[in-house]
Design a protein around this ligand. Structure first.
Ligand code: DGJ
Length: 767
C-alpha cells in the first residue's frame, strides 16, 4: 500500500498525499516551517515552490539572519507565534510569567505513524483500520519559554481531507497563560479568493454567503458558547470562477461545538492567511508546568471539481469517520413529532389519536417533545426536573410509551439537559448549579438559564436524572435541545484568574456527559437540536448522527436552509419535517406535495396534528411515507448534488445518485409562477451516460386534484411522464424541461431507475 506521508531529509520536505491531493511544507533555516502547497496531487516535487526571498521594508528578519529577504512577516508559514516578527494574525499567543507575549517556534522533531490518534475528551474524526489514514506529528519548540507544540496532520487515503489540530505542552518551570491557540493555519501566496461562509439566525440558519477577500482581516465566529445559528463553524476559500461543478475549493470544517473563530487575512503582499480554532474571545487557559492543551481538529478538504465535490467529500468523511455507533449506516426512521401539533398543551389522551394516525400512515416513530416533565405547561418552568409530569401522564410515561410500542412505533423523547429554570426543584435545591457572575442577576433567555457544565457535580446530577429514565428501557430516540446561548460565563469551581477557561470547559463538560450517555445506551438514536439548527456542527455529529436543521419548517425557507447545510453536512444528518399550513413561522401556504418533496430531500418527519388532516391529505401523506421508504437509502446515503440554487434564481434543484449510478432522485422547485414563463431545463449529472433510465412512479400524479379558474389543471405544460425512458447522456446533456405550473412554490420529484440489460433485451424481442 502506498505511503501517504513522506519526509525528504535532503530538502527538509514533508509531503502528505493520497492519489488525488498533496500538501507540502518545508523546514527552513533556523527551523521555521514554511507552507508550500495544498492542492491537486504533485507527483515529484522539485523545490520550485520555495518562497522567493525579497527584501521588503519594515518586514524584519529572522533573528540575525544576514539575508534581509528572509522574514517571518512575509514567509508563508505552517504555524505562527506572536510578537516575534510576524505582524499578521497569530496562530498562537501565550503570556509568560515575566509578562512577555513573545512566542517563537522552531522545528524540533517529527513522527509519522499509521492511523489516527484519538483526541481525549474531544470529538474528532477516527479510522476503523490503520490503513485508512497516516498521521504526521511535527514538534516545534520555543527554548526561551519552555513550550513545545505538536502540529498534528492526518491524511485520509480515500477522502481528500487532512485533519489538523495542535497540542501545546509546558516544559518550563512556571505557569503560562494561553490566550489563543489555533488548530490550523495555512498561508496562501497571492490568491484571488472568495470566502464562503454560512451565517444565519434562529429559524433562518446557514444561508450561503460568498464574499470577496480583500485587504484586512475577516473574522467568522461565534461568541455565544455554542457553534450557533448566527455563524456556522465552516468556511471555504474558493477561486473566483469556482461554481458547483468546477474550480478549486478549500473547505474548513471545525469539529467543535463551542466558540469558534475563522480568520482570513489578506496582507500587504496580497497573501492570504487562514486560521481556525477556538475563539480567543473571553478565552484564557492556565498551563501549569507539565500540563498540555489539545485543540479540537479542523477537517480541511480540497476539491478541484467545485463545491459539489467538496461537499461530497465532507459528506463521505462525516458519515464514515465522524458518525459512530449502530446508526452510522442505518436508514433513519420516519417520525411524527408533537411540537407544532400541540406545543405544551397535551396529555396522554390527546396524543394517542396522533399515535394511531401515525401508525395508519406508515410512520415509524412517535417523538414526545417539550412539556412531559416537572410541571411544565409553558417555557417558564421545570428545566432540570427530569421527572414525569403526572398531570399529563397519570399512568406514567412508561405506559404511554408501551402504547406507542404496541402500535409498532418507536418512542422518542425530548430533553434539554444543559438548562435550568428558576422555577424548578433543581434550582431551589442547588442554586449554585445555575451559571451566573458574582453579584449580578444572570440574564434570562426564553425564561431559562444555563447550567454550570464545568462543574463535575452538575454533569453527574444531570447524568443520573437522565439515567433514571433511560434505564427503564422504553426510550428509542432522544432529541437533545438547547434553547438559549451562554451569558454570565463564570464558574465558582475555578479561581478568578482562570475564569477564561469556562466557555471551553462548559463544552468539555457537555461532551463528557454525552460520551457517557451514548456509551451506556448504544441503541438510542440521538438527534441534535438547539432551537432548530443552532448547534449543527461536525463535533455534535460525533455524538448525534442527525440534527434538527431549523425551527423554520416552511418548505420555501427550507430550500435555502437545507442547501446551505448541505455545503458541509451529509443529508443523513439533516432532518426535515412536513408541517401544517399556514406555516407557523412564515405564514406561507405551500401545497402538501411541496412540503413533502422538500422534507423528503432530508431525513423525513412530520410535525402537525395528523388527526386534523383531510382524507385526501392522508392518502397523499401515506404515499409520501411509502415513497420515501423506497428511496430513503438513496436520499440519506447517495451522492448529493446541488444543481440550481434558489439564492440565484427562481428555482432550486437537488439530485441524489446511487453509488452504482442505477438510481437517481431529482427534486426541483419553482418559487413564483409567471403568466409568460421563461422556459427552463434541469440537466442531471453523475449518471451513466450509456444507461437507459426509466421514470418510475414514486408518488402518484395528482394533477387531476387541482384546477385553476378556466383551466382543469394547474399545469400549462408537464414535460415527462411515468414510464418514459431516457439515456443518461440525454438527461445530462439535454436535460428535461421544467413544468409550467399556475401555482407558486411548485415542486416535482422524479425517480429514475436504470433499466437492466435483461429488460432491454426483452423489450427489443417483444417489438
Ligand atoms: C426548540 C426546538 O427546535 C423545537 O423543535 C422544540 O423542540 C422546542 N425547542 C421545544 O421547546
Amino acid at each position: 500500500m502506498e505511503k501517504l506521508i513522506q519526509y525528504d531529509p535532503k530538502q527538509g520536505l514533508f509531503h502528505l498525499s493520497n492519489t488525488r491531493i498533496s500538501y507540502l511544507f518545508s523546514i527552513e533555516e533556523g527551523g521555521l516551517l514554511s507552507h508550500l502547497y495544498f492542492g491537486q496531487k504533485i507527483k515529484r516535487y522539485h523545490n520550485q515552490m520555495r518562497y522567493p526571498r525579497i527584501d521588503r521594508g519594515f518586514s524584519g528578519n529572522v533573528l540575525n539572519h544576514p539575508d534581509r529577504g528572509f522574514s517571518k512577516d512575509t514567509l508563508p508559514q505552517e504555524y505562527s507565534g506572536s510578537d516575534a516578527g510576524d505582524y499578521r494574525v497569530p496562530s498562537f499567543v501565550a503570556q509568560h510569567a515575566n509578562g512577555s507575549r513573545s512566542n517563537a517556534w522552531t522545528f524540533k522533531d517529527y513522527k509519522i505513524s499509521c492511523g489516527k490518534p484519538v483526541l481525549a475528551g474531544l470529538p474528532a474524526s477516527y479510522v476503523e483500520q490503520e490503513s485508512q489514514s497516516e498521521t504526521l506529528v511535527v514538534t516545534l519548540e520555543d527554548k526561551v519559554t519552555g513550550l513545545e507544540i505538536d502540529l498534528l496532520y492526518s491524511i485520509f487515503r480515500d477522502y481528500d481531507v487532512i485533519a489538523r489540530s495542535s497540542c501545546v505542552r509546558n516544559l518550563g518551570e512556571s505557569s503560562v497563560k494561553l490566550e489563543k491557540i489555533s488548530s490550523m493555519q495555512i498561508d496562501f501566496v497571492s490568491q484571488d479568493f472568495d470566502v464562503i461562509c454560512l451565517p444565519g439566525a434562529h429559524a433562518n440558519e446557514r444561508h450561503i454567503s460568498r464574499q470577496k477577500i480583500d485587504y484586512g482581516t475577516k473574522r467568522f465566529e461565534s461568541r455565544r458558547g455554542t457553534s450557533s445559528h448566527q455563524m456556522n463553524p465552516f468556511i471555504a476559500l474558493v477561486d473566483k470562477g469556482t461554481d458547483e461543478h468546477s474550480g478549486q475549493a478549500f473547505g474548513l470544517n471545525f469539529v467543535y461545538s463551542g466558540n469558534h473563530l475563522f480568520e482570513v487575512e489578506k496582507d500587504q503582499l496580497s497573501q492570504v492567511r487562514v486560521l481556525a480554532g477556538i475563539n480567543d474571545y473571553n478565552f484564557e487557559w492556565e498551563l501549569k508546568p507539565g500540563a498540555h492543551f489539545q485543540t479540537p481538529e479542523v477537517l480541511m478538504a480540497y476539491s478541484n471539481e467545485g463545491l459539489n465535490y467538496m461537499s461530497q467529500t465532507f459528506h463521505g468523511l462525516i458519515r464514515n469517520h465522524i458518525v459512530r455507533g449502530r446508526f452510522k449506516y442505518e436508514d433513519r426512521p420516519i417520525l411524527v413529532n408533537n411540537w407544532e401539533a400541540t406545543y405544551f398543551d397535551f396529555n396522554e389522551e390527546k396524543l394517542k389519536p396522533i399515535v394511531d394516525e401515525a401508525k395508519e400512515l406508515g410512520m415509524e416513530m412517535f417523538v414526545l417533545d417539550d412539556g412531559w416533565f416537572g410541571k411544565r405547561d409553558n417555557d417558564q418552568s421545570s428545566l432540570g426536573d427530569w421527572q414525569i409530569y403526572k398531570k399529563k401522564f397519570p399512568n406514567g410515561l412508561e405506559k404511554f410509551a408501551d402504547y406507542v410500542h404496541q402500535k409498532g412505533l418507536k418512542f422518542g423523547l425530548w430533553f434539554e439537559p444543559e438548562m435550568i429554570s428558576m422555577d424548578s426543584n433543581l434550582y431551589r435545591n442547588y442554586p449554585s448549579y445555575l451559571m451566573s457572575s458574582p453579584n449580578r442577576q444572570p440574564s434570562s433567555s426564553r425564561s431559562q438559564f444555563v447550567l454550570d457544565m464545568c462543574n463535575k457535580e452538575v454533569v453527574n446530577a444531570i447524568y443520573h436524572q437522565l439515567k433514571n429514565i433511560l434505564d427503564k428501557g422504553y426510550v428509542d430516540y432522544i432529541k437533545w435541545d438547547m434553547n438559549r446561548h451562554l451569558t454570565d460565563i463564570y464558574s465558582p469551581t475555578l479561581p478568578p484568574s482562570r475564569q477564561g477557561e469556562v466557555s471551553h470547559r462548559y463544552i468539555l463538560g457537555v461532551y463528557e456527559l454525552l460520551e457517557k450517555i451514548i456509551n451506556d445506551y448504544p441503541n438510542i438514536l440521538f438527534e441534535g437540536c438547539s432551537g432548530g439548527g443552532g448547534r449543527f456542527d461536525t463535533g455534535w455529529t460525533y455524538y448525534m448522527p442527525q440534527s434538527w436543521a431549523s425551527d423554520n419548517t416552511d418548505a420555501v425557507a427550507r430550500l435555502t436552509i437545507q442547501e446551505g447545510t448541505s455545503l458541509a453536512y451529509p443529508i443523513s444528518s439533516i432532518t426535515s419535517h412536513v408541517s401544517a399550513v399556514p406555516n407557523h413561522q412564515t405564514g406561507r401556504e405551500c401545497s402538501l406535495e411541496a412540503r413533502g418533496h422538500v422534507a423528503m430531500s432530508g431525513v423525513l418527519g412530520y410535525e402537525l396534528d395528523l388527526t386534523k388532516m383531510t382524507a385526501n391529505e392522508k392518502i397523499l401523506v401515506k404515499e409520501q411515507v411509502n415513497g420515501y421508504k423506497s428511496v430513503r437509502h438513496l436520499v440519506q446515503y447517495g451522492t448529493f448534488y446541488r444543481l440550481k440554487s434558489v439564492l440565484e434564481s427562481n428555482e432550486s434543484a437537488w439530485l441524489f445518485v446511487s453509488e452504482n449510478k442505477e438510481e437517481a432522485l431529482l427534486m426541483t422547485a419553482n418559487i413564483l409562477s409567471y403568466a409568460q414563463p421563461i422556459l427552463t431545463k434541469t440537466k442531471l449529472v453523475g449518471l451513466n451516460p450509456d444507461a437507459d433510465y426509466e421514470l418510475m412512479p414514486l408518488l402518484s400524479d395528482r394533477e387531476s386534484d387541482h384546477s385553476v379558474g378556466y383551466f382543469s389543471s394547474i399545469y400549462a405544460h408537464k414535460p415527462i411522464a411515468i414510464g418514459e425512458v431516457f439515456s443518461g447522456s440525454e438527461l445530462m446533456n439535454i436535460g428535461i424541461y421544467n413544468p409550467i405550473a399556475r401555482q407558486d412554490f411548485n415542486t416535482q420529484m422524479y425517480y429514475f431507475k436504470a433499466k437492466k440489460q435483461e429488460d432491454l433485451n426483452n423489450e427489443i424481442q417483444e417489438s
